[in-house]
Design a protein around this ligand. Structure first.
Ligand SMILES: Nc1nc2c(ncn2[C@@H]2O[C@H](COP(=O)(O)OP(=O)(O)OP(=O)(O)O)[C@@H](O)[C@H]2O)c(=O)[nH]1
Length: 261
């Protein structure tokens, strides 16, 4: 089972009030085979599992560093950084290097990547991502944008569900957008508090933070999407429709009845 699917299970569990909650996603990369797995090409241009797991991670552990020469390790580091720079919500996702996966637990636990607390620093993270986005990789990319206004909760749900569930949103070339993860700070109409939106694969959640908007007139939504075939203009245009309440949610880029693979 992929890490995203496992993460989704724990996330749902947390909502049921269990003692288990999703703190963050840690991906362990094997020094010896990591590079090979990251480079693997999948039929139909789909994102390979190793890249998907690295892009999803809040923390990456490169393990078995004793098994490879420094040269190989350096190549692997570059390959991972390249994927996180393009794919991570955290801008520069944290990387640890280990032998026998020995880590200081304080580096692994209490990541709080999925709870409201992370929202406080989210603004900084989002700014960092947009400032450093290199746009080198046409495979998995990060798209970020800001938009002023208040989203109607119902319209926001339709926007997210079209992306994650219906998968009917296409880029300008007609390719289906594939969102692996999304994160954002959004303003919902008639709510004083800031709301965090988190999505992993097909699961998403809107969570109110303890932070209130300073100035009602100047609420700025900030969103980050990680995935394939993402088009900033199309995403922003669709999101803007949720804040301007035009009632028209679909664009010419989504084709009725045609679900992406
Ligand atoms: N040399 C070396 N061996 C290690 C290290 N970490 C784990 N191993 C050994 O590698 C073997 C396989 O362990 P892992 O790769 O951790 O096992 P795993 O994650 O269940 O296996 P995969 O999912 O197939 O990668 C075991 O014999 C471990 O003792 C390390 O840092 N260095």
């Amino acid at each position: 089972m992929s890490s995203g699917a496992v993460a989704s299970m724990f996330w749902v569990d947390a909502e049921l009030g269990s003692d288990i909650y999703l703190d963050g996603i840690v991906t362990v990369v094997d020094s010896k085979y990591g590079l090979k797995h990251l480079a693997e090409e999948k039929a139909g241009g789909l994102i390979n599992e190793a890249t998907r797991q690295v892009a999803l991670a809040d923390l990456i552990i490169i393990n078995k560093t004793d098994l490879v020469p420094e040269e190989d390790l350096s190549q692997l580091r570059t390959a991972i950084r390249y994927r996180i720079m393009n794919g991570s919500i955290n801008g520069l996702g944290k990387i640890l290097e280990t032998q026998r996966s020995r880590v200081d637990l304080s580096n692994v636990l209490d990541l709080h990547a999925f709870d409201g607390l992370s929202g406080i620093s989210l603004q900084k993270k989002l700014q960092y991502v947009s400032a450093t986005q290199p746009h080198l990789d046409q495979n998995i990319i990060t798209v970020t944008f800001e938009a002023p206004g208040n989203a109607k909760e119902e319209s926001l749900n339709v926007f997210i569900q079209n992306l994650l569930w219906e998968k009917n949103v296409r880029n300008k070339d007609g390719h289906c957008m594939e969102v692996i993860r999304l994160k954002g700070l959004v303003s919902i109409k008639d709510r004083a508090q800031q709301v965090i939106v988190q999505g992993v694969h097909e699961l998403y959640d809107l969570e109110e933070t303890p932070v209130s908007w300073d100035d009602d007139a100047q609420r700025t939504n900030r969103l980050v999407f990680i995935g394939k075939n993402l088009d900033k203009d199309v995403l922003k245009q669709l999101f803007m429709a949720t804040v301007t309440e035009t009632g028209k949610q679909r664009t010419t880029h989504s084709k009725e009845g045609q679900v992406c693979p």
